[in-house]
Ligand binder design. Structure first.
Ligand code: SDX
Length: 432
């Protein structure tokens, strides 16, 4: 412990002169925080921060974001290095355990995940209850939550061993369930996982393989898929991760907690944006209409927003968007394809980044702006895009949940500024 005096922040009520000293806590990087935990007890006031724009809800060692500089680190490693030099299984191990795995650790981890990829055969019956045209995110919410009805073993959330088994099961089974959601939507038979394939290749096999052919997933597409998973793995205390932490803080079943995260991610302001970007680009249709849509996005009376643009934290380029843009070129070249949407997206980005409205508000492309173009080129239907985001983010959600459960802070229970009626006498029906 250092002998340095505790740094404090003095808060004074200008009307009454009441004041209190609040501790300032320093992290290892990024802004310090003012510890207001004793504020209500000392001064009888709550803090007020709807949307948590200026609130640190927890301490965490998993992911660091510098929004002004456009920096993203996982356990101290830059996302650029992880995307270029690591793979998704290593990033999963890193997020769960805090260090990149050694060769032996990686081999054991991959084998553990591989041998959890199958789902209980009765899970198939769940799909029979869905309409074929159900949105796959609706299916993911339902089926992932239903895993809590299948796993009664190892669900003691206070046991480190059980928490790790739940984490392994979720990371392993998400691709299987996601592929099943796709297969069900197009009337093709489910494909079983193959233990001889890597994580991303296995997902492509279960999604695009058919029993009638013994095709092998394209290794370069599998590498691109793996990189996309890395870019979506974790992202600090975003809406869906905060949902997972809040849901998990009550001691809820881990499968149900991840289903809550999936539900939150689905929204177009969050993970649903990748699907919305493609719909927006298709609606714009041609470069000649870009200015019309940019004008709509700037109109305060129009609810339309440029999907894939802007971010609560990044006020510079989202580093993931840069990597995604490069990957889009690679995948389209590999596929020998050209997608007019890519040129449209590039022109839209150029026009927006030269427009004062976006420049003043520091609105840049985010992770969702280019991802849909790659996924479309790889053969995924638009409504599967957020499912892929949920799959990749599962390791982030479950690692954040694990970190919280290792250092529990009690149930998340915010307070409020009450704006309703003061107490008033009840009025019987005849007198209303
Ligand atoms: C993800 O949190 C995370 O880390 C999320 C994520 C992750 O990995 O988990 O990074 C993934 O969700 C990325 C974001 C995907 N969503 C979209 O692309 C949807 C479009 N973006 C916007 O809805 C918006 O930018 C948000 C929701 C992402 C951020 O909203 P904020 O921080 O609440 O910003 P804001 O609404 O306060 O906007 C500030 C100003 C406003 O204008 P003024 O009121 O100041 O005049 O910028 C404007 C907004 O109207 N604005 C936009 C805009 N985004 C913000 N105007 C037009 N188009 C946009 N996209």
């Amino acid at each position: 412990m250092t002998d340095a005096p505790q740094k404090t922040f003095t808060l004074t009520n200008d009307q009454t002169g009441e004041s209190t000293k609040l501790p300032i806590l320093d992290g290892n990087d990024g802004p310090s925080v003012i510890d207001v935990r004793r504020l209500y007890g000392q001064l009888g006031h709550f803090t007020y921060d709807p949307g948590f724009r200026a609130t640190g809800s927890c301490d965490s060692a998993l992911t660091y974001i510098d929004g002004e500089q456009g920096i993203l680190l996982h356990r101290g490693y830059a996302i650029e290095d992880l995307a270029a030099r690591s793979d998704y299984m290593e990033v999963c191990y890193l997020l769960l355990h805090g260090e990149l795995p050694t060769g032996d650790q990686k081999t054991l981890f991959e084998s553990t995940i591989t041998h959890h990829t199958m789902v209980h055969d009765q899970i198939n019956n769940f799909f029979r209850g869905f309409r074929r045209d159900a949105h796959p995110m609706a299916i993911m919410c339902g089926v992932v939550g239903a895993l809590s009805a299948f796993y009664h073993d190892h669900t003691d959330v206070n046991s480190a061993e059980d928490r790790l088994i739940s984490a392994h099961r979720l990371i392993a089974k998400m691709p299987t369930i996601a592929a099943m959601a796709y297969k069900y939507s197009c009337g093709q038979p489910f494909m079983y996982p193959r233990n001889d394939l890597g994580y991303a290749a296995n997902f492509l096999h279960m999604t695009f393989g058919v029993p009638a052919e013994s095709s092998e997933p394209d290794p370069i597409l599998a590498r691109a898929m793996d990189k996309i998973f890395i870019l979506h793995a974790d992202h600090e205390q975003n809406a869906s991760t905060s949902t997972v932490r809040i849901a998990g803080s009550s001691g809820a079943n881990p499968y149900a907690v991840i289903a809550a995260g999936i539900a939150s991610l689905w929204g177009p302001a969050h993970g649903g944006a990748n699907e919305a970007v493609l719909s927006m680009l298709d609606e714009i249709g041609d470069k000649s209409r870009i200015n019309e849509f940019v004008k709509k996005a700037k109109d305060p009376d129009d609810s339309f927003r440029l999907m894939g643009f802007g971010h609560r934290v990044y006020k510079n380029f989202d580093p993931r968007a840069k990597i995604m843009k490069e990957t889009a070129d690679e995948v389209l070249d590999l596929m020998g394809m050209s997608d007019p949407r890519l040129e449209l997206a590039r022109e839209l980005e150029r026009i927006a980044l030269e427009d004062d409205y976006f420049v003043q508000r520091k609105l840049y492309p985010n992770v969702d702006f280019y991802s849909g173009i790659i996924l479309k080129a790889m053969g995924f239907p638009t409504e599967m895009f957020t499912v892929l985001f949920a799959m990749a983010r599962t390791v982030g959600w479950i690692s954040q949940w694990k970190e919280m459960m290792e250092n529990p802070d009690g149930i998340f229970r915010p307070r409020q500024l009450y704006t309703g009626h003061k107490h008033r006498p009840f009025v019987d029906l005849p007198k209303r």
